[in-house]
Ligand binder design. Structure first.
Ligand SMILES: [Cu+2]
Length: 133
């Protein structure tokens, strides 16, 4: 009896939940787009994650709905967690090497930080400052 049940549970948590969030986002945006030109999503913030830094390491966005697309250009799994103080506001998890994952977050004006907390990556430099105006 060595079936790795725990592994599949971790997989379900890290992959399926964000996938649902992406699906919901996609449905909301695609409802009215029957025209010839695909509307370019405005305000998509592209972030690259790698060992051990985010690029850019400082972001400034407008308050409201903010869509982040985080690409893992490194060789280890990373995550993109947005904090206000020591509280997690939202996060994108399970960003494996080569993958780009996106999420839309609703942010009020203020100063936030973004970090990768996997194996203490934030301590190694994977953190940035997010200013919401
Ligand atoms: Cu990381």
């Amino acid at each position: 009896m060595h079936v790795p049940i725990r592994l599949s549970r971790v997989f379900a948590t890290t992959v399926v939940l964000p996938a649902i969030a992406v699906l919901v986002t996609a449905c909301g945006g695609g409802a009215a787009s029957m025209g010839p030109a695909t509307p370019v999503p405005s305000g998509v913030i592209a972030v690259e994650a790698r060992e051990y830094a985010f690029t850019p390491s400082a972001l400034s966005v407008t308050a409201g709905s903010v869509r982040f697309a985080v690409r893992n250009g490194g060789t280890q799994e990373h995550e993109f967690e947005v904090f206000k103080g020591d509280q997690v506001v939202d996060e994108i998890e399970g960003i494996v090497p080569g993958l780009t994952k996106d999420a839309t977050m609703t942010l009020e004006a203020g100063t936030y930080t973004y970090m990768c907390k996997i194996n203490g990556h934030d301590q190694l430099g994977m953190k940035g400052t997010l200013t919401v105006n």
